[in-house]
Design a protein around this ligand. Sequence first.
Ligand SMILES: C[S@@+](CC[C@H](N)C(=O)[O-])C[C@H]1O[C@@H](n2cnc3c(N)ncnc32)[C@H](O)[C@@H]1O
Length: 212
Amino acid sequence: MRNGEKTASVLFYDWVPSYNKDMQSWQWVSPQKIFTAIRPHMHGNETILDLGIGTGLLSSLFKKHTGAHVTGIDACEKMLRKCRKTAAADRLVKGDFDRQALPFLSGEFDAVVCSGALEFVGNILFLSREIARVTRQDGLVALTYQLAERNDIEEQDTESSYLMRAHSHVYMRQQLEEAGIEVLEQQDFDGYRPEWSDGRPVRYGLTLGRVS
Ligand SMILES: C[S@@+](CC[C@H](N)C(=O)[O-])C[C@H]1O[C@@H](n2cnc3c(N)ncnc32)[C@H](O)[C@@H]1O
């Protein structure tokens, strides 16, 4: 973390009350994209880890449409409090996964998903290795990330002094493969349309992989 950079928990704290409403009006489609990509590969009763579960927008799809057992982790206690009030997860854990080991057993999950949190992670390789460790062999991984169009990593300092990172497909593939996750599919999509962008979409990427 750089000097003055805010942690995810501080950043998201103030956003919690309006998060779901904002995401709806910004047409945030990342949770649905992950669900649609991974669902055909699932039996329906998997154990799933949702990294950066937030208010549970992604996990609620698994709970609603499958018999999955969902564990969510998030650094922001207030997000977790809001998520606890929904039926989005069976277990919620407070924790920061940027450069810190995941507080889970090796091979504990059939699948790991992460929607819109890699923007706040400084070391993708470290996290990829942790994802590979906690996922069983042949288990699935589905991640979305703001898409870098020109470089492997593009960093944006925002007005409120937190850093957001975008990643290219090539970079994500390299990091995941180095961690032992075989890439099955990559796709691009319009992630969201915030009001300050005059309706222009923020491009997102999705990688679906399998732990080899
Ligand atoms: C943009 S929200 C996405 C929430 C949800 N996955 C969704 O798609 O709506 C990012 C979430 O990731 C969490 N987060 C970001 N960086 C994190 C980190 N390093 N460790 C744990 N949680 C983190 C934030 O607290 C926030 O709840």
